[in-house]
Design a protein around this ligand. Structure first.
Ligand SMILES: O=C(O)CCC(=O)C(=O)O
Ligand SMILES: [Fe+2]
Length: 314
């Protein structure tokens, strides 16, 4: 498959058993062949999504000094502001041309007192909290569909995500003011660390996904555009699901390139909701995924895995 399928999610929540099973089958095929889905009729409020984009823009419009008061400090808390070029999603490239703000749920915050409260940041903002909640609900539904697709009890993954260790990330790719360094792009190619990601992007474009089919030059994997499709949410499966499923579901590489037209002078915004299992969940090859080949990876605690990946990025 070398395009990202659009899947109508309405019947998963509102259809009869047979209709629900059809959606599950589509999701199974998409996760095993592409690792990326455009989800339609996902049930999240478009108005809320729009409002969060506005909040995000007003945060990134603040002076750098103000944003730095909320700086990301370490992988244990994984919260706060990450400046331009600080992160390399692909360690072989120069720093990414983006800035970001990570939010975790209040009960999972470390060093809460080190983050000053302010009306001018997204922290403790009603829209952002509602959005986090709505993302959590949608993610749980998608996790139910994934469980059914793997012939597991419907709440298998939901139960393993009960501590809500998810990270909501506001992203801003600023207009380019000078020539980028050789090899420098907006977000280097990478796969996501967690179980699944929900991704919302504005209409500017630039996101690309590496398919499993060969490119024209014979290279394995071809980069295809993943433009924004109105009223859809992108869902992609991450490294932990790939590991859990013994590569039955794939974690697909993706990147954000610099546009080669006048969009380079515009800001791009996106919102990513990275879902992570509970720290004490042992991610070990699922029984239903041992048919093709023996387990590729030894068991690992989800919390240890995430920390090791975050350490490698900063
Ligand atoms: O901004 C985007 O569209 C993609 C961001 C992304 O892939 C990530 O932050 O992991
Ligand atoms: Fe990503």
């Amino acid at each position: 498959m070398d395009e990202i399928p659009v899947i109508d999610f309405f019947l998963f929540s509102h259809g009869n058993k047979q209709a629900k099973q059809m959606v599950v089958k589509e999701i199974h095929d998409a996760c095993s062949q592409v690792g990326f889905i455009y989800l339609q009729n996902h049930g999240m409020s478009e108005d809320l999504i729009e409002k969060v984009f506005i909040q995000s823009k007003s945060f990134f419009d603040l002076p750098l000094k103000t944003k730095q008061q909320f700086a990301w400090s370490d992988e244990f808390s994984n919260q706060g502001y990450v400046g331009i070029e600080r992160e390399r999603l692909n360690p072989n490239r120069p720093g990414d041309l983006k800035e970001a703000f990570n939010l975790v749920e209040s009960r999972n915050r470390v060093n809460e007192s080190s983050i000053p409260e302010s009306q001018n940041t997204p922290i403790h903002n009603g829209y952002i909290l509602n959005f986090y909640e709505a993302c959590n609900q949608l993610a749980n539904k998608v996790l139910q569909a994934l469980a059914l697709a793997l012939e597991l009890p419907e709440n298998f993954f939901v139960d393993n995500h009960s501590n809500r260790k998810h990270t909501l990330r506001l992203l801003h790719y600023p207009p380019l003011e000078q020539k980028p360094q050789i090899g420098q792009i907006r977000a280097g190619e990478h796969s996501d660390y967690g179980s699944i990601t929900l991704l919302f992007q504005d209409s500017l474009g630039g996101l690309e996904v590496k398919t499993s089919s060969s490119g024209s030059n014979g290279d394995f994997g071809k980069w295809i555009c993943a433009p924004s499709i109105p009223n859809t949410v992108i869902v992609n499966t991450g490294d932990l699901i790939q590991r859990w499923t013994n590569h039955v579901f794939c974690s697909t590489k993706h990147r954000v390139i610099i546009p080669d037209d006048n969009r380079v002078t515009q800001s791009r915004y996106s919102l990513a909701f990275f879902c992570h299992p509970n720290d004490d969940t042992t991610v070990t090859c699922l029984e239903s995924c041992k048919k093709e080949h023996p387990p590729i990876y030894p068991p690992i605690l989800a919390g240890d895995y995430l920390l090791s990946r975050l350490r490698a990025t900063y």
